[in-house]
Design a protein around this ligand. Structure first.
Ligand code: DQA
Length: 145
């Protein structure tokens, strides 16, 4: 099974952002964990991160024709709360999608409670830090890391 992990804006500076919300891992450390979990489960993962919305939209388009990808883990970060372009890009995708957020967006500022991904993703995991990605991999693959 091939799973794509698409991380969005500002997640490249994770190690410098509020550790109370996001934990202390850098994006490289987070991705290393994701690759290790995937190895333990026996699935293939590719992690990508960008600060450019158009690039993120194009990565979403790549999920249309599968291109060998069976499922995706989506954390558009702040775009989650307002990017209708990302919602539109993901709407025609027919593979399972899991929305993941490191922090508990439902219990932070009001504006973070809105998600343009509502009704698009098959599953949503918030507030579990890096383990949210492990849970998403396990959910999608049916395996255990
Ligand atoms: C985030 C939550 C968003 O509200 C925020 O803008 C982020 C990261 C998370 O993973 O907790 O940058 O998506």
């Amino acid at each position: 099974m091939r799973i794509e992990v698409l991380n969005g804006v500002n997640l490249d500076v994770l190690g410098r952002r509020d550790p109370e919300q996001y934990g202390g891992l850098s994006i490289a450390e987070l991705e290393t964990r994701i690759y290790q979990w995937a190895l333990a489960i026996g699935c293939t993962v590719r992690c990508r991160q960008t600060n450019h919305e158009g690039e993120y939209v194009e990565w979403c388009h790549e999920l249309y024709d599968r291109g060998g990808v069976d499922a995706a883990i989506i954390n558009p970060a702040a775009w989650t709360h307002y990017s209708w372009a990302i919602r539109d890009a993901l709407e025609p995708v027919r593979i399972p999608l899991v929305e993941v957020h490191l922090s508990n967006v439902d219990e932070r500022e009001e504006w973070r409670r809105a998600s343009v991904l509502e009704g698009i993703c098959t599953h949503r995991i918030v507030g579990k830090g890096p383990d949210g990605y492990r849970e998403a991999l396990e959910y999608l693959s049916g395996g255990t890391a």
